[in-house]
Write a protein that binds this ligand. Sequence first.
Ligand code: AQP
Length: 339
Amino acid sequence: MSDIHHMPRVLSGVQPTGNLHLGNYLGAIKRFVDLQDSHDCLYCVVDLHAITVPQDPKALAQQTREIAAAYLAAGVDDGQAAIFAQSAVPEHAELAWIFNCVARIGWLNRMTQFKDKAGKNKEKASVGLYVYPVLMAADILLYHATHVPVGEDQKQHLELARDIAGKFNQDFNVPDFFPIPEPLIGGPAPRVMSLRDGTQKMSKSDPSDLSRITLKDSDDDIAKKIKKAKTDPEPLPDNPDDLAARPEADNLVGIFAALSDQTKAEVLANYAGQGFGAFKPALTEVLIDRLGPVRQKMAQLLAEPQHLDATLMRGAERARTIAGPVVKRTKEIVGFWQA
Ligand code: AQP
């Protein structure tokens, strides 16, 4: 029998590690907004994750405010969804330790993000970077979250969270104590690719600024980056399947579709037979139309840090009202002494 009835609950987060880009927006933040009316939502700024690689201590708190500002500017309503810093809820680290003792080294050795991020220097990578997916499992399961909106790059980590939940429930004979969370990965742009190379993920750490559109880019920056985006000489097809071997074209059509809440087929219905000379200006217009207001609102919010701090404080209080009892019960299940 279940200990707890699992109501639909959404948890997700973004690292405060620098300039947010279109991949973070389409893969995560825009979808946070779409879910808030139908689900109980918690959106954290995952600063514990951020320090798995070196961060400037003087900049980190401000970067955390920036992500909170991005959530709000994109349309997350802090009256509905809790917005908070991960480090302000100590239960994340507490549950992560217990999960470190549930997860298997063999499981972590399969994680491709660690391999990508540690590169050839894996002996010098932090232990935190290695156990990053275990902390992510704790982030989700701490709230008994049932759904996790993320970009496709996080799919493997979500599978690990599911494995950890299942193993804990089985090891301690508490069927259904932790729900098995479902990834919410979808839409026409689940993996936004670099504007310079359609086979590489758009990412904060790409050395080329032309590879990504950031939420701080001016309208002129956006126009310049789209103008310079790599394409091919063929006109656009009328069938999305015909984009399969054209990664750059597929990426730009996917971005257009996601920003305009259409499918790729609907976008192609308007642009089939046309080249990028016609498509790029239209894409620039959609980008400016959707991202311009987010940029302006973010700037306004960042000019009032006390408002952002109040939002983060309220969010942390609310998060702790859920996290506290879950950790208390988890400790009982594990057998820890509690007065
Ligand atoms: N290119 C992407 N397409 C779709 N979704 C993406 N996400 C990231 N890149 C893309 C999603 O954004 C959310 C937050 O990501 P994060 O900041 O926590 O971490 P990240 O995935 O490490 O971001 P970057 O930009 O890719 O950083 P680096 O360069 O350090 O690797 C997640 O839901 C993620 O799926």
